[in-house]
Design a binder for this molecule. Structure first.
Ligand SMILES: Cc1cc2nc3c(=O)[nH]c(=O)nc-3n(C[C@H](O)[C@H](O)[C@H](O)COP(=O)(O)OP(=O)(O)OC[C@H]3O[C@@H](n4cnc5c(N)ncnc54)[C@H](O)[C@@H]3O)c2cc1C
Length: 398
């Protein structure tokens, strides 16, 4: 008699248990499924395995000597674009949701793993296996909180779903890729979102209360390429705040520890990544990593206005200054924050250089955080590409 595979014998962990990654857990949902059986090898915070993941998903790991690959991962093509007919209520123009809809309509997949919202709170994520275009569209827009996407793996056995499009952020995709070979699927397509500085629901509340004039009515926000946070409120009004006006002393501890120890900003394991930070203001930014990613892009490309990616300015001095300011938790008065914001927006990094600015700033901050809070993990948790990027800056002495 054949012996059962580990996940065939396992049960999801009980809600409320201490999860294996402890305080570094990003609540990706793997442990809420029977695939918890593989958590030691798969969890992004227990066993960082970028090279093996890239080789398995894309056929090779990134070329560290090529700047675009060093920063943005394995790629065949990068472009920027927007839907000619944006989807109302989407995070940007809705390219991600449109790909999900088309993948179902064209019969490429049987279901789309996406994130809806709870009926009583717009920011509480509810992962689901969407079977219809309407369900995919209803799941549009970010729920900017840690989301247990992989808990829905538990629903796969017996569901009839053999071909899946999974939408997710880096930690979710790292775990998904690690268990891919054991899933009851014939085909898996992965549509990734870049992700940084995610928060628990309680952390989000602290952030909104410190940053918005009306935290209770915020329905959408994004840190944008003009160095401002853009909030949209339920009455249709909008509000912006320069990054430099954030209450850093209050917000330093608001980000989830998982996000403070993550170096997968650009979602290295996805077939196609759709974000914004490498594109000109207002556009979305797409990175095709492999042939499957190209297949996903081709679904939507006829509906896009596209443009080449561009790059301008020099981020390096701004990153170096930011390291010191963040470490000292400086809070600027609003008038000074507006002034700094004006100059940085006018003369600062743009396009891919803005993307590199954000990656450098987060990687250096996270390396410091790890060295201070989990020094025993720092060496193994920081991947080679991130070490190379971090080595370009002077970090504060301990
Ligand atoms: C927490 C978070 C942080 C991000 N940070 C960055 C960033 O720093 N730089 C950058 O370039 N891009 C970032 N993005 C991606 C960006 O904000 C947009 O989601 C992306 O460009 C797609 O826009 P869209 O209009 O096509 O999406 P839409 O069509 O509105 O679709 C959004 C999709 O996001 C999924 N989703 C929603 N919440 C979550 C969640 N918590 N976890 C996983 N999936 C979710 C939904 O299932 C939906 O399919 C982030 C996304 C998230 C969720």
């Amino acid at each position: 008699m054949p012996t059962a595979l580990p996940h065939e014998r396992a049960r999801p962990l009980a809600k409320g248990s201490v999860y294996p990654a402890k305080d570094l857990c990003s609540q990706c949902g793997l442990c809420d499924s029977r695939w918890v059986a593989y958590v030691k090898q798969s969890c992004a915070f227990l066993n960082q395995r970028f090279e093996a993941m890239e080789v398995a998903a894309h056929g090779r790991s990134r070329h560290l000597e090529q700047e675009d690959e060093l920063y943005f991962g394995v790629q065949q093509r990068m472009l920027s674009g927007r839907l000619r007919q944006p989807i109302d209520g989407a995070q940007w123009t809705g390219i991600v949701s449109r790909i999900g809809v088309l993948a179902l309509e064209r019969g490429l997949v049987d279901a789309v793993l996406c994130v809806g919202q709870s009926s009583d709170d717009r920011f509480t994520p509810v992962p689901l296996l969407a079977r219809t275009p309407e369900q995919v569209l209803a799941a549009r827009v970010n729920k900017p909180t840690l989301s247990p996407n992989l808990e829905v793996l538990e629903q796969l056995p017996g569901s009839g779903i053999r071909r899946l499009l999974a939408i997710g952020v880096g930690c979710q995709i790292q775990a998904l890729r690690a268990v891919q070979a054991t899933l009851p699927l014939d085909e898996l397509y992965v549509l990734g979102l870049p992700c940084v500085d995610n928060v628990s629901r309680a952390g989000l509340q602290t952030f909104l209360e410190s940053a918005s004039r009306s935290p209770a009515t915020v329905v959408h926000y994004e840190f944008m390429q003009d160095f401002r946070i853009h909030f949209r409120h339920s009455d249709g009004s909008s509000e912006t705040l320069p990054f430099f006006a954030l209450d850093t002393p209050k917000l330093k501890d608001v980000f989830a520890p998982s996000c403070l120890s993550c170096f997968d900003y650009t979602n290295a394991g996805a077939d196609l990544v759709v974000g914004y930070m490498g594109a000109a203001f207002g556009n979305q930014w797409l990175t095709v990593r492999n042939a499957r990613g190209q297949q996903l892009l081709e679904l939507v490309e006829p509906e896009l206005e596209t443009a080449e990616v561009t790059s301008g300015g020099d981020r390096r001095a701004a990153v170096q200054q930011g390291i010191k300011a963040y470490d000292k938790a400086l809070k600027l008065p609003l008038w000074l924050a507006q002034l700094v914001g004006f100059f940085v927006q006018r003369f600062g990094p743009k396009g891919l250089e803005y993307g590199r600015f954000s990656i450098d700033s987060h990687f250096t901050r996270n390396a410091l955080w790890l060295q201070r809070h989990h020094p025993e993990k720092a060496e193994a948790q920081i991947p080679a590409f991130a070490k190379k990027i971090i080595s370009r800056y002077r970090l504060p002495a301990e």
